[in-house]
Ligand binder design. Structure first.
Ligand SMILES: [Fe+2]
Length: 185
């Protein structure tokens, strides 16, 4: 007669399989270095006409390889990203100037925070958020907020979401894109 298997009271811990060899800490370091490079003027040649675009959100890819894409984004008032995720990519950002407002889905409601110059944030898999230039941005009037973002593996898709009348998150569409932060929408 077979004996009854002993079931442990604690569930076995299964290691999470990451889609990238880079860790969130690596992405934070990469965006920090990217931000410093922008501040040092290394990417001035990418800025159209030498002036930060103020009419619409703008981005330029600073670096790309098999592991990571790095983007510089210029944010202007009122242009949000919509609620989105980063599909199978981890992400991180560093704010160079001004202030970003982030609304992140916390499971039952949106969590709000602001990120100002020098602040960093990383985004694990499953992170759903909406990002916009904060109305009380510390950038000067008419000045864009600037941030550097890294995604690993490089972005290939984003899904967009809405909050239902029942207070749950519902995915509305998925877009194949390698552009950051809702710029494909
Ligand atoms: Fe995002």
């Amino acid at each position: 007669m077979l004996s009854t298997p002993v079931i442990s009271g604690s569930r076995p811990v299964r290691p999470t399989v990451s889609p990238t060899r880079l860790r969130p800490a690596d992405l934070l370091r990469i965006t920090d270095q990217g931000a410093q490079d922008v501040l040092d003027g290394r990417f001035e040649h990418l800025v159209p006409g030498g002036e930060w675009p103020t009419a619409a959100r703008w981005s330029s890819r600073l670096h790309a390889d098999d592991d990571v894409d790095v983007w510089l984004i210029s944010w202007v008032p009122g242009e949000s990203t919509e609620l989105h995720d980063h599909a199978g990519s981890l992400g991180a950002l560093t704010v160079l100037s001004g202030t970003l407002a982030e609304y992140r889905w916390g499971g039952s409601e949106l969590k709000y925070r602001t990120l100002t110059a020098g602040d960093q944030a990383s985004f694990p898999l499953g992170w759903v958020h909406d990002v916009v230039q904060a109305p009380d941005t510390s950038a000067g009037l008419g000045e864009p907020t600037l941030s550097v973002h890294a995604y690993s593996p490089p972005l290939t898709a984003m899904s967009y979401y809405e909050i239902t009348d029942q207070g749950s998150l519902r995915r509305t569409r998925t877009t194949l894109t390698d552009l950051p932060e809702g710029l494909s929408a």
